[in-house]
Design a protein around this ligand. Structure first.
Ligand SMILES: Cc1ncc(COP(=O)(O)O)c(C=O)c1O
Length: 244
């Protein structure tokens, strides 16, 4: 963010932070969502602060932007039945707001528990070959919405398609009753909607990482017994050479 803000300042750009997975995270002690001009948060149920349905919030220190966002989120309405813009219906439901305000009181504790779970994974998986673990740059504090590893195929499998290792590991874990997710199976620039709109511009790193990523179980209530099962299952795959 420091580098990004410097570039933005030089070229007079707006910075919109996508904090959907990062509520409570900090960079150099500053909360994400307060560093750029606008921060966008998601309260989708899988997020660290999840509603029992959809929801979200926008943060900004700019009064004019705050006004505009309030208007846009309320069908462009400035007062009852007077519309100054074409907006959307994106009001936060009162019931969701109530649920979120109760859950918000627990957020720091839940984030700390996620952090402990992440440390456990990192300590117990670090010696397994071809597993690449997530790291946090110094100065940053992650809130671990996901613990996403990368699985790369060994050089002994030069002709294997890139997904072989990851997909094999995923289905073996599934057979052991361990659910994992792929965030995300198709990078943004290859989504059908964008393919229709613009010529495809290759992004080779995003495209190859898509075939390597695997998000392990991660939530505050994850017990050490469950986490140990994940670790042992991965270790077993490594010994059996299912893991490349
Ligand atoms: C990084 C990121 N950005 C944006 C979104 C979109 O959030 P919402 O579904 O609340 O609009 C998500 C949700 O999955 C996300 O993970």
């Amino acid at each position: 963010m420091t580098d990004l803000m410097a570039i933005a300042q030089t070229y007079q750009l707006w910075v919109i932070e996508d904090c959907a997975q990062a509520i409570g995270a900090t960079w150099q002690g500053q909360k994400v969502g307060s560093i750029g001009h606008i921060g966008c948060f998601s309260f989708y149920p899988t997020k660290n602060l999840g509603a029992c349905g959809d929801g979200g919030a926008v943060t900004t220190n700019d009064e004019a932007i705050a006004h505009k966002i309030r208007v846009l989120a309320d069908h462009g309405r400035i007062e009852s039945y007077y519309h100054e813009a074409i907006g959307v219906n994106s009001r936060l439901d009162a019931l969701q707001a109530e649920i979120l305000s109760i859950k918000l009181q627990h957020l720091d504790q839940w984030n700390a528990l996620r952090s402990q779970r992440a440390t456990y994974y990192s300590q117990h998986l670090c010696d397994i070959a071809n597993l690449h673990l997530p790291t946090v740059p110094s100065g940053g504090k992650s809130v671990w919405n996901q613990y996403t590893i990368r699985i790369t195929d060994a050089p002994s499998l030069p002709t294997a398609p890139p997904a072989v290792g990851r997909d094999r590991v995923r289905s073996s874990l599934q057979q052991d009753g361990i659910s994992t997710m792929i965030y995300y199976p198709l990078p943004l620039h290859q989504q059908p909607v964008y393919l229709q709109q613009a010529p495809i511009h290759p992004l080779p790193i995003a495209e190859s990482v898509t075939h390597q990523v695997l998000s392990l179980p991660m939530f505050p209530e994850l017990t050490s017994l469950q986490q140990n099962q994940v670790v042992e299952a991965l270790r077993k795959l490594s010994t059996e050479k299912t893991l490349p």
